[in-house]
Each structure stands twice: as structure tokens, then as C-alpha cells.
Write a protein that binds this ligand. Structure first.
Ligand code: ASP
Ligand code: MG
Length: 411
């Protein structure tokens, strides 16, 4: 018998048949003696539909009102799932985020959870009830409804699990775990039995859209036992771990990609102290996040700087950079949004040389030009032309032997 927090995403509650299937699953786990808290998303497509409605009525709608609207999607599914559970003889109770006191800050649209008052949930569990909680939403100090950002139900589930010290937090989704690469691109990709939290964080932030990045950060902070599994097929899924096992640690766990970035370059700027700040400062003042940054070794007293931003911010960043270029009397400014970022991720690379050379060699063999490189302790990323995204991912997956786990094992 365990205390489980289970989260079901939009496709898993996409219609009545699927809601019934979730109810069957929850009811059977409850019948086995487990205490259950279930977090649900809105029915698939619903949050998009609601956002579009808001834009139609008022493209400049106040963020507070948008949150009131968006939070209704999850309110529908908690009620329906609870009804379905009652039909199966399970006493269930649904709660909105504000009812269970998922307290957040007041940043509408991407609020952060600051505290959960779990007294009510604990009381229900003690009475043998199944608790059904609306994902993606909370309430601020002044009782305003807030939402946690797209994909935020994952974070609700992890936060509930942390508050309740659950034995496991299970994220049920439409894939059966975390893969060595996107299986739509690499048919040979394998499901990983486990992945370290650090690696998962890299994979999530690099664009593997299995878990919301923030939920992984939250899980890491509170060491929540977290598992990703399929809502439709039985299987062990992928467990997120917090210890690096020293034995058989793969050098590389997976290949991630991101096609949401754009690249900007400023050339012929003075090579002197403060120059990077004078460029990146105004970009971040414009609320644009900078990801990779590369500065060239200066020659003849000048240097070049290249950086990447989210594609949505490309125009804004380019306008800002053009202004800066005038002030700095730069030679020129350029940009390119036809790029993709490919990354190899693995905690095992810490103790292995030669990962970068294997990576660069494999890309070279395919004639894929590398435009930028960045590294961290557990990741190497390169920027390439976006038409090479699929070929690049397949090439790297093969180069590191990920299809059969062979070369991926440390010797
Ligand atoms: N319904 C929200 C969304 O579509 C939250 C979630 O599904 O996690 O982003
Ligand atoms: Mg999701």
C-alpha cells in the first residue's frame, strides 16, 4: 500500500471513453489499497480553444481574466473524473487549485507555486477518499486564480507529491516513457528504464516535450520519486533518479533537439572590457532570454559575438541588436532563424573524453556544418542548418550506439 500521486494529461482525458478508462485504472489501484491523489489536465485541445476565444474577444485581455478562463478547462475534467469514479463505487472528491490552496505568486500565465496547504487532502485520504485535483492552476495571496504556464499540470502533480511526501508521482501521458531520441525521427530509439534528474532537466529544456521543465526542477529540489508512463499501455515507463549509479552508467543517455531558436550575430565590435555586457544587457532588458553565446577571439582590435534566442523573440532581438550596433559602430548585424540545435546528453560524459570528437566526426561524415558549439558538464550542443535536424539526430543516435545500448555503456 502506497500513497500515489497520478497525473493524466490532456489526451488521456480527451473524451468520455478515455475518462472512463482513467477511472477504471484509478479505481483498481485504489481497490488494491493505495491512497490516491489524481491530478488532471484539461481535455486535449481545450486550453488552446479557450486561449483562442480570449484572443477573439480581446487580443489585449488582462492576464488575470485569461487565467480565470483557462482554469475552467481543468475544472471540467476533475468533475467528470470524480463522477466516473463514483459510478465505480469509489468516493472521490474534486478540488480546484484554489480549493486545495495551491498558493502561487501573482504572475498570471506563469505563476510559481509557493506553498500547498495539504490539510484538506490529507483528511480526505484518511477517510479513504480519492482526491482529484485540477492541474495547472493555483491562487495568489489575494484569491486571484492563477495558471502555471503551458504543461503546468506536471508541476501541480510533482508539487502535490512533494507536499504529501508521496511514495511515487506518476505522470501518465501518450508516450510510454523517455526515449533515447524522438521516436518519430529515430525509429530505433529505445525507452530508457531510468534517467537522472539532471539529464531529464537537460532533455526537457532542450525540447523533449515529455515533462514540463519546471516540474523536473521541482522534482529535483524535493527529490520526488517521479515516473513517466503511458496512459494507454501497461509498462514500467521511465523512472527519474537522483543517484548516479557508478556501474554501467551510459556515457550518453539521449539525443535532444530544439528547433525553436534563432541566431543573431554582431560583427566588428571593439574588443574591450564591457562589450559583452553592452550587447547582452539591452537584450535581456527587452525580456529576451539568451541561450547560447559565442564570442570570437579578437583580431585587429575587433571581435564578433553570436547568440541564440527563442524564435518568437527573433524580431525583437534583431531590432534591439541593430540599435546597439549603431551605438557601437559595429561592422554589421545578421540573423538566421533557419537553425536547429542538436544535443547529446549524458552524466556519463563527465568521466569520458572523446564525446565531442565522436559527435563532430559523425556530423562531418554527413557533411553537416556546425555553426555554433556549447558545452556543459553533461551536454554538448551544436547549432546546424535546420534542414539537417532529422539527419543530424539519426546520425548522432547511431554514432553513440544508442539503438542497442552498446557503445552507450562505459567500458
Ligand atoms: N491544460 C494545460 C495546457 O494545455 C496544462 C496541462 O495540460 O498541463 O497547457
Ligand atoms: Mg503535458
Amino acid at each position: 500500500m502506497a500513497l500515489l500521486v497520478e497525473k493524466y494529461g490532456g489526451t488521456s482525458v480527451g473524451d468520455v471513453a478515455r475518462i472512463n478508462a482513467v477511472a477504471d485504472k484509478v479505481a483498481s489501484s485504489h481497490a488494491q489499497g493505495n491512497d490516491m491523489v489524481v491530478v488532471v489536465s484539461a481535455m486535449s485541445g481545450e486550453t488552446n480553444r479557450l486561449s483562442e476565444l480570449a484572443v477573439e474577444v480581446n487580443p489585449l485581455a488582462p492576464a488575470r481574466e485569461v487565467d480565470v478562463l483557462l482554469s475552467t478547462g481543468e475544472q471540467v475534467t476533475i468533475a467528470l473524473l470524480s463522477m466516473a469514479l463514483h459510478k465505480r463505487g469509489v468516493y472521490a472528491r474534486s478540488y480546484t487549485g484554489s480549493q486545495v490552496h495551491i498558493r502561487t505568486d501573482s504572475v498570471h500565465g506563469r505563476a510559481r507555486i509557493v506553498d500547498i496547504d495539504d490539510a484538506r487532502v490529507r483528511n480526505d485520504i484518511a477517510q479513504g477518499r480519492v482526491v482529484v485535483v485540477a492541474g495547472f492552476q493555483g491562487v495568489d495571496e489575494d484569491q486571484n486564480i492563477t495558471t502555471l504556464g503551458r504543461g503546468g499540470s506536471d508541476t501541480t502533480a510533482v508539487a502535490m507529491a512533494a507536499a504529501l511526501r508521496a511514495d511515487e508521482c506518476r505522470i501518465y501521458t501518450d508516450v510510454d516513457g523517455v526515449y533515447t531520441a524522438d521516436p518519430r525521427i529515430v525509429p530505433e530509439a529505445r525507452r530508457l528504464d531510468h534517467i537522472t534528474c539532471e539529464e531529464m532537466l537537460e532533455m526537457a529544456s532542450l525540447g523533449a516535450k515529455v515533462l514540463q521543465t519546471r516540474s523536473v526542477e521541482f522534482a529535483g529540489k524535493y527529490r520526488v520519486p517521479l515516473r513517466v508512463l503511458s496512459a494507454f499501455e501497461d509498462g514500467p515507463g521511465t523512472l527519474i533518479t537522483y543517484e548516479e549509479s557508478t556501474m554501467e552508467q551510459p556515457m550518453i543517455s539521449g539525443i535532444a533537439y530544439n528547433k525553436d531558436e534563432a541566431k543573431l550575430t554582431i560583427r566588428g565590435i571593439p574588443d574591450e572590457p564591457g562589450i559583452a555586457y553592452r550587447i547582452v544587457g539591452p537584450i535581456s532588458d527587452a525580456h529576451v532570454n539568451v541561450d547560447m553565446i559565442v564570442q570570437n577571439v579578437g583580431a585587429d582590435g575587433t571581435t564578433d559575438l553570436t547568440f541564440t534566442v527563442h524564435r518568437n523573440d527573433y524580431q525583437k532581438a534583431l531590432d534591439t541588436l541593430t540599435e546597439i550596433a549603431k551605438e557601437l559602430k559595429a561592422r554589421d548585424v545578421g540573423g538566421d532563424d533557419d537553425i536547429a540545435k542538436l544535443s547529446v546528453v549524458g552524466v556519463g560524459m563527465r568521466s569520458h573524453a572523446g564525446i565531442a570528437s565522436t559527435m563532430f566526426h559523425a556530423l562531418a561524415e554527413e557533411g553537416i556544418n556546425i555553426q555554433m558549439i556549447s558545452t556543459s558538464e553533461i551536454k554538448i550542443s551544436v547549432v546546424v542548418e535546420d534542414k539537417y535536424l532529422e539527419l543530424g539526430v539519426r546520425t548522432l543516435h547511431k554514432a553513440f550506439g544508442l539503438e542497442n545500448g552498446r557503445a552507450a555503456q562505459s567500458e
